[in-house]
Design a protein around this ligand. Structure first.
Ligand code: PGA
Length: 258
């Protein structure tokens, strides 16, 4: 049985006071709740240190939103995997479509970042997904397959305990347009099958594949009820603590009842 994940991607939002308020309230709520899902919080890097302190001794996981693939050196402005590890942060999102689009990250970069995380004993939330144009042209599975193949190039099956994949159709991110549960399931099933063919069935069965793109408390239940959707990576609806708690509550109920 794969344990579901609800992950909050705060992107470039919040002040330090907001971060403190959110996490203090969230941890208090979580401590009084029987959790059926894993939680990962991805704050902007400037708040990771504070978040690490606030989440110390809880089972809420902390994740960066991006890393650089070198461990150290003259790379002004960048943050490395060993640096994150040293503050108790063992996850990073990589390959988010906003980084691919606005910061010109290629699959080759994403692959290097993935290797940097895995070689440092860390975990990756690897994001991929198609544009609206690609979907309308019927290219979704080709695009996803090409991303999987390039992003996972040279990654051995033993590393898969430390990999989470997030399927995020770009046209659904921050747009209010969610993929239908059936459309998301169709692609996520395809991803799992691709992993089974490339690696083996056990790796595929154990891999957690999240959906991301305009998830909110109205659509989370249907999405995570799909057999190959093992949780969500949530942007906009994760910013407000009450909204995020509501989503986690629903996920707990659905997963608990499964
Ligand atoms: P959204 O973002 O929930 O605001 O669509 C999801 C993501 O980009 O991870």
């Amino acid at each position: 049985m794969r344990r579901h994940i609800i992950a909050a991607n705060w992107k470039m939002n919040k002040t330090l006071a907001n971060v403190r308020e959110f996490l203090i309230k969230f941890v208090k709520w979580k401590n009084n709740t029987e959790m059926q899902v894993d939680i990962i919080i991805c704050p902007p890097s400037i708040y990771l240190m504070e978040a690490s302190t606030l989440l110390y001794n809880t089972d809420v996981k902390l994740s960066a939103q991006n890393i650089y693939f070198e461990n150290a050196g003259a790379f002004t402005g960048e943050i490395s995997a060993p640096m994150l590890k040293s503050i108790g942060c063992y996850y990073s999102i990589i390959g988010h479509s906003e980084r691919r689009a606005y910061f010109h990250e290629t699959d080759a970069d994403v692959n290097k970042k993935l290797k940097a995380l895995l070689e440092n004993g860390m975990n990756a939330i690897l994001c991929l997904g198609e544009t609206l144009h690609q979907r309308e042209n019927g290219e979704t599975k080709n695009v996803v397959q090409a991303q999987l193949s390039a992003d996972l190039y040279g990654i051995e099956s033993r590393f898969f305990d430390n990999i989470i994949i997030a399927y995020e159709p770009i046209w659904a991110i921050g747009t209010g347009k969610t993929a239908t549960p059936e459309d998301a399931e169709d692609v996520q099933k395809f991803i799992r099958q691709w992993i089974a063919n490339k690696y083996n069935q056990t790796v595929a069965n154990n891999l957690r594949i999240l959906y991301g793109g305009s998830i909110n408390h109205n659509n989370i239940a249907e999405l995570i009820s799909q057999p190959d959707i093992d949780g969500g990576l949530i942007g906009g609806a994760s910013l407000d603590k009450n909204s995020f708690i509501k989503i986690v509550e629903i996920a707990n109920r659905i997963i608990g009842g499964k």
